[in-house]
Design a protein around this ligand. Structure first.
Ligand code: NAD
Length: 458
C-alpha cells in the first residue's frame, strides 16, 4: 500500500506514516462524491448549516489537540496554532450568517405576467488542493462555503499538513457531513494531479505560482470553475510622518509572524529617507526580541521552516542581496538543527536588482529600502508580478487613500498589515491568482446562477 511519511520540521523526527491515495483510489472517491452530491444539495439549507455548526463545536472542543497536531507537522509556534483555530471561528460564523441571503432565489422582474428569477445552484463536485501554512484557514475558506452551498468536496491538503486535513475530515464527518460528501485525499503532488484528472466541476487551489500555473494549464480545456490563490511579494511604505517605532513594531510582526510563512507576510518595506535610520534601528531591535526555538514552547515566536528546500531559497536570496551591496542587520544564516531553522533576518540598503525584493521569500527574511518620496514608493511597490496586499503607514488619511488607490493589489492596508477579514474578499492581481474567497462573493464562488424566464399562461 502507498504511504505518506510525516516529519516534524522542528526536529526531523518521523511522526506518522499515513496510508495514502493513488490514482485508483482518487477515481473511486471522486465517483462516490459524484453519487452523493445530489442528496446533500437536496437537504434543506438549515440541515447543512446545522452540520457546520456542529463542526464548529468540535473545533472548539478539540482546539488544544488540533493546535498540537498542527504545530507538530508544520513547526508553527503553538500560540499561533491556537490563534489560527480561534480565528477560524468567526469565519465559520460569517459563512453561517450570510449563506441564506447569498443563495436565496432572487426575483429580479415581475410584471405583466412575466417573472424573471435567479436561482443559485451548487457547482457539483469541487476539488480543493491546499497549502500547509494556514491549513485551517485556507482549507475552510473553501470547504465551509462549498459544503453550505450544496457541493461535495474532494480535499487534497498539503503533504505538509495532512494530519490537520484528516482532523478536518474527522470533525466534519462526526458533525454529520456524509463521508462521500467530504473526502480527504492523502498524498503529495501526484495525488493532486490525479484529482485534477477527475470530472470535477470546480478546482480551488491555494499554493505557489508554479503549481498554480501547472494546474491552470491542466484544466484549461475543460472550462471548470478555477480559482488560484497564490503567492505575493507584499510591499509596505512607511511615510516620513509615521511614528518609526510604532510602524517598525507592527511591520516586524507582519514580516515575521508564522516565521514569515504567510501569503500576506510583509515581504518588502520602503521607508522615507527622513525616518529610514530610526525605523531600521527600531525594526532590528524588535526582531532581535523574537525568540526562536521549540514550537511547542509558549515563549516561541520564530518556529521551524516547514519545507526544508525553502532554506536554500532563503540562503540564496541573502547571498544575492549581500553580494549586490545589501547590509545584513541581523540573522542571515541557518540555525543549528536537527530540523529546519533559519534566523530572523533583516537587510537594509536593498534594491530591485536583488531577488530578495522580487521573488517571494516565504521565510523570516525581509529587505528594507530607502526611498525619496511617495512617487518612488508607489513605483517600487508596483514593480512586481504579484499583487496580493500592500500597505501604507502614515497618520494622514488623505495621503494614505491617494497612495493606496495607485497600488495594484487585491487588499490594501492603512496602518496595519498581514490581516485577513471574513467580511472582505481575498483576491490577488497578476501572478497572485484569480478568483477569490471570503466575503459574500466567496460564498457565491461555489454556485452557478440559473436564469428562470417564467410567463404566466394567457
Ligand atoms: P505548493 O504549490 O508547493 O503546493 C500546494 C498544493 O499543491 C499541495 O497540496 C501540493 O501537494 C499540490 N501540488 C503540487 N504539485 C501538484 C500538481 N502537479 N498537481 C496538483 N497538485 C499539486 O505550495 P505550498 O508550499 O503548499 O504553499 C505555499 C505557497 O502558497 C506560497 O506561495 C504562499 O504564498 C501560497 N499561499 C497563498 C495563499 C493565498 O491566499 N493567496 C494562502 C496560503 C498560501
Amino acid at each position: 500500500m502507498t504511504t505518506l511519511p510525516i516529519y516534524n520540521p522542528a526536529d526531523g523526527e518521523r511522526i506518522a506514516q499515513l496510508p495514502a491515495d493513488d490514482v485508483t483510489s482518487v477515481a473511486a472517491k471522486a465517483a462516490r462524491a459524484r453519487h452523493a452530491q445530489p442528496a446533500w444539495a437536496a437537504l434543506p439549507l438549515a440541515e447543512r448549516k446545522a452540520c457546520i455548526a456542529r463542526f464548529r463545536h468540535g473545533v472548539v472542543r478539540d482546539l488544544e489537540s488540533l493546535a498540537v497536531t498542527m504545530t507538530r507537522e508544520t513547526g508553527k509556534p503553538i500560540r499561533m496554532s491556537r490563534n489560527e483555530l480561534n480565528g477560524l471561528l468567526p469565519r465559520i460564523d460569517f459563512f453561517l450568517g450570510m449563506v441564506d441571503p447569498v443563495i436565496a432565489n432572487e426575483t429580479v422582474f415581475d410584471e405583466g405576467g412575466m417573472t424573471e428569477r435567479i436561482q443559485h445552484l451548487p457547482l457539483g463536485v469541487v476539488g480543493n488542493i491546499s497549502a500547509w501554512n494556514y491549513p485551517w484557514f485556507v482549507g475552510c475558506n473553501v470547504i465551509i462555503p462549498a459544503l453550505l452551498t450544496g457541493n461535495a468536496v474532494l480535499y487534497k491538503p498539503s503533504e505538509y499538513a495532512t494530519m490537520t486535513g484528516l482532523e478536518t475530515a474527522r470533525l466534519l464527518h462526526e458533525a454529520g457531513v456524509p463521508e462521500d460528501v467530504f473526502t480527504c485525499l492523502v498524498g503529495a503532488g501526484p495525488v493532486g494531479a490525479a484529482l485534477l484528472a477527475q470530472p470535477i466541476d470546480g478546482l480551488f487551489f491555494t499554493g505557489s505560482y508554479a503549481t498554480g500555473a501547472r494546474i491552470a494549464a491542466g484544466v484549461a480545456s475543460r472550462f471548470v470553475r478555477l480559482q488560484l490563490e497564490l503567492g505575493g511579494k507584499d510591499p509596505t511604505y512607511v511615510c516620513e510622518d509615521a511614528d518609526p517605532q510604532a510602524a517598525a513594531e507592527s511591520l516586524a510582526d507582519g514580516a515575521m509572524y508564522n516565521t514569515g510563512q504567510s501569503c500576506c507576510s510583509v515581504e518588502r518595506i520602503y521607508v522615507h529617507e527622513k525616518i529610514h535610520d530610526a525605523f531600521v534601528e527600531a525594526f532590528v531591535a524588535t526582531v532581535k526580541g523574537f525568540k526562536a526555538g521549540d514550537p511547542m514552547s509558549e515563549e516561541t515566536y520564530i518556529g521551524a521552516i516547514t519545507r526544508a528546500p525553502q532554506l536554500d531559497v532563503l540562503d540564496a536570496q541573502v547571498a544575492d542581496a549581500v553580494g549586490k551591496g545589501a547590509q545584513l542587520r541581523t540573522g542571515g544564516h541557518r540555525l543549528p538543527g536537527p530540523g529546519n531553522w533559519y534566523a530572523a533576518t533583516v537587510l537594509s540598503h536593498v534594491d530591485h536588482r536583488m531577488e530578495l525584493m522580487k521573488e517571494e521569500s516565504f521565510g523570516p527574511v525581509i529587505g528594507i529600502q530607502k526611498v525619496a518620496g511617495d512617487e518612488e514608493a508607489v513605483r517600487l511597490m508596483n514593480d512586481t508580478r504579484y499583487g496580493l496586499t500592500a500597505g501604507v503607514y502614515t497618520p494622514d488619511p488623505a495621503r494614505a487613500q491617494a497612495l493606496l488607490a495607485q497600488v495594484n493589489a487585491g487588499s490594501v492596508y492603512w496602518n496595519c498589515c498581514d490581516r485577513v477579514s471574513p467580511r472582505l474578499p481575498w483576491s490577488g492581481y497578476g501572478d497572485s491568482g484569480i478568483g477569490l474567497t471570503l466575503s459574500t462573493y466567496g460564498i457565491q464562488s461555489f454556485t452557478r446562477p440559473k436564469a428562470w424566464h417564467l410567463r404566466q399562461p394567457g
